[in-house]
Ligand binder design. Structure first.
Ligand code: CP3
Length: 344
């Protein structure tokens, strides 16, 4: 039995902290000049992800600058399709591009296991980060949820409402289910391997959970993530797991009923009274400052930070954004936010 002493691990064990631990989704990234410099040197984004020394360095940059309570491993959810043999590229300013998996016949011939040598550098990056992490800071590993990863694999890029994946799920349910099954399997192993390499918690990003109607939400968001949590805990019974079903809204209670995670990360549209009544009594909550107010700064930012604390910090809570930090965000706004959270 491990005894957590890091504030964020305490919260994930159900112990409220007087000052909530804080980290930001996408805290390692383009709003940091030191990230931009390293990314230029690396050449490609995937090179950055798959060179352990560089991935570790980028992971640690926001910890050194801001003293966040958690580091999130620098990588991307699309390294999994890459390891499944799909072509993935990231062009600056364009977002990811994949060769579309847009027909049932292409899914039938998709390989069912990852090339282990492709993901090995990720585990090495975990080990390197752990060596240099300050004692109170926890390392979070991650993967994309099967639904969200499938939406990018099918469309080949992000789209406004991920219609291509929804279309395939309705018109070719067997092929679609096969793709989800493959992603459940490889994601389970991927998360367990990150934890074995030293990640102290993992987060499952379901960025596109909010585009599905209830029946499909249950089939393609709740069920697959539930299976991943079960698979990981079968190997590592005390694995700490956070899920981020962005846009789940009124489905959050059924989500936390169906998926036995240690914390649920909520987006900025969540209704506070509803979350306090129906979600917080069951699991720790993480979130949910609007990334746009972090960009705006000033009084609006101070008010929004206070609102998040008032709404959620009386129960086990991790302060975070409601989605990733935007590249244009001024560093001073991040500093101001951390100071306000910690002023107590
Ligand atoms: O700091 C961290 O949070 C760790 C690193 C991380 C990245 N992507 C780095 C990245 C994490 C956890 C992710 C998750 C991710 N990637 C998600 C889920 C969370 C979310 O934000 O919704 C998704 C959907 C992706 C897929 C992806 N990767 C997109 C849509 C894009 C382009 C949009 C964008 O923000 O640029 C990426 C590229 C990406 N992933 C960058 C970074 C730092 C920018 C690449 C660059 O430097 O040019």
């Amino acid at each position: 039995m491990r005894h957590p002493t890091k504030p964020i691990l305490e919260v994930l064990s159900g112990n409220r902290q007087q000052i909530p631990p804080v980290w930001f989704m996408r805290q390692a990234g383009r709003y940091l000049p030191e990230y931009r410099a390293l990314r230029d040197r690396a050449g490609s984004f995937l090179k950055l992800c798959f060179t352990p020394e560089l991935a570790a360095e980028v992971t640690l940059q926001p910890i050194r600058r801001f003293g966040f309570d958690a580091a999130i491993l620098f990588s991307d959810i699309l390294v999994v399709p890459h390891a499944l043999g799909r072509r993935v590229t990231f062009e600056a300013g364009e977002g990811p591009r994949l060769e579309p998996l847009d027909e049932a016949s292409k899914i039938k011939t998709l390989r069912t296991d990852v090339d282990a040598s492709v993901l090995a550098p990720v585990y090495e990056a975990v080990r390197l980060v752990k060596r240099d992490l300050p004692p109170h800071v926890a390392l979070i590993g991650f993967c994309g949820a099967p639904w969200t990863v499938a939406t990018y694999m099918i469309a080949g890029c992000g789209t406004p409402d991920q219609a291509p994946a929804r279309m395939l799920a309705y018109s070719q349910p067997a092929a679609f289910a096969r793709l989800i099954d493959i992603l459940v399997d490889v994601s389970s192993h991927y998360l367990a391997a990150q934890i074995k390499a030293g990640a102290e918690a993992v987060q499952i990003f379901d960025t596109w959970a909010g585009v599905l109607p209830p029946r499909e939400f249950s089939a393609w968001c709740i069920e697959p993530v539930r299976r991943i949590v079960e698979n990981v805990r079968r190997e590592i019974p005390d694995a700490k797991i956070i899920a981020f079903p962005r846009g789940a809204g009124a489905s959050l209670p059924s989500y936390v009923d169906g998926v036995p995670v240690d914390a649920v990360s909520i987006d900025w549209t969540a209704e506070p009274a509803f979350v306090r009544e129906h979600v917080q009594p069951r699991v720790a909550v993480q979130g949910n400052l609007d990334p746009i107010v972090l960009l705006a700064g000033g009084d609006a930012l101070d008010r929004a930070v206070d609102d998040v604390l008032t709404n959620y910090a009386d129960a086990p809570f991790v302060f975070n954004l409601g989605h990733g930090i935007l590249p244009e965000t001024p560093i001073a706004h991040v500093e101001r936010t951390l100071a306000r959270i910690r002023q107590a």
